[in-house]
Design a protein. Structure first.
Length: 365
């Protein structure tokens, strides 16, 4: 029963989402629409008086227009080191990614926090779809955009990925040598969790086939109905037997602390078929070939900690559990006592901004 509850809740925003919640369906569209960007400040955090802020857009290699918030440190001149930030998986740039971006801008970097394809204010139809390929490309497109800005040094660009976009960030670093430094905070490997289930609890061919069949059936229903069924976000009301980490998500996405109207996790989640390709397109296959520095940050108590440990092992060949370690220019930093969501915002005060600043100051030069 406990595993069933975990899957039903977590698939809401993080997994293939074979749940059958009764939420509003989304009408199928076939073409991009013009982006409508909110010009008023509507973040889950206050605007810093140390940065200038503006909305920007850029396109990826698939022609999808992406929306971003740009944060520029005040009273600086010349070409700056730059950082692109995205995540968590199913969130929007008004949440964690914007917070990280603003903090890094306060420390002298030009930063952007962007909504990935099909989500938030970014383009892409149908909405609330995900793809290991396209979402990795979103990071590469952000590097394209930053590389041609007059106030950015194209040789000093790094990226930060949070939660599921931590895995995408590491994957991006494996394919793009323009990325000179990568931080993955409280990361998920979204392909691993879709393929295997949490803690390898669904890691047999028969279990994977059941997922494939369920998604295939839903595709036919969606096509027949002319709507994409949504999987549902983090539940409005927690079940009595909800695992502690589900409560952790709820405390962020469903409260004034982190709720946002454009966040899938705060509302109706991904499409049920949205992560189908994650089932047979594992990322991190070439993580061992990443030459640039990578910093993985995770909470000691996070249910997801094993994803960072797995990524560290893929990059270095070294297996560790629950301890900070470094091998060459790859580092795993474990935050004592921290949960997964503690690294989403400043409520717990444990995000190691000084460490992240030092990492980029050292490597973006």
């Amino acid at each position: 029963m406990r595993n069933g509850l975990i899957l039903a809740v977590m698939m809401s925003g993080m997994l293939v989402a074979c749940t059958q919640k009764n939420v509003d369906n989304q009408k199928i569209e076939s073409a991009n629409t013009a982006l409508e960007l909110t010009q008023t400040w509507d973040k889950t955090f206050p605007l810093s008086d140390k940065v200038d802020h503006k909305k920007v857009t850029f396109h990826n290699r698939y022609g999808i227009e992406l929306a971003a918030d740009m944060y520029i440190p005040k009273n600086v001149s010349g070409r700056l080191a730059a950082i692109a930030v995205s995540g968590p998986f199913g969130a929007c740039k008004e949440q964690s990614s914007g917070l990280y971006a603003q903090h890094m801008a306060e420390r002298g970097f030009l930063t952007i926090a962007f909504d990935p394809s099909f989500t938030g204010e970014s383009g892409g139809e149908p909405r609330y779809m995900a793809s290991p390929d396209i979402n990795t490309e979103d990071f590469l497109a952000a590097v394209d955009f930053l590389s041609v800005q007059d106030n950015v040094d194209p040789e000093r660009i790094g990226i930060i990925g949070i939660c599921g976009w931590g895995g995408m960030a590491v994957n991006a670093a494996a394919i793009d040598p323009r990325i000179k430094g990568t931080v993955a905070s409280t990361m998920y490997d979204m392909t691993k969790v879709n393929i295997e289930g949490y803690f390898a609890s669904e890691n047999t061919p028969a279990q994977r086939m059941e997922k494939r069949k369920a998604i295939a059936k839903q595709r036919v229903e969606d096509y027949k109905n002319g709507n994409y069924k949504r999987g549902g976000g983090v539940p409005d009301v927690l079940p009595e037997n909800a695992p502690w980490f589900v409560k952790d998500y709820h405390s962020y996405y469903k409260t004034s602390r982190g709720y946002h109207k454009r966040s899938g996790n705060s509302n109706d989640g991904w499409n049920v078929t949205g992560c189908q390709s994650f089932l047979n397109q594992p990322i991190l296959a070439f993580a061992s070939e990443i030459e640039s520095p990578v910093l993985l940050i995770h909470g000691e108590k996070a249910h997801s900690r094993y994803f960072s440990e797995y990524a560290f092992e893929k990059m270095t060949g070294k297996h560790v559990e629950g301890v900070s370690t470094k091998e060459g220019n790859k580092e795993l930093m474990i935050i004592p006592g921290a949960s997964h969501v503690d690294l989403y915002d400043d409520e717990a005060g444990v995000i190691p901004y000084d460490k992240i600043e030092n990492f980029f100051q050292t490597n973006l030069k």
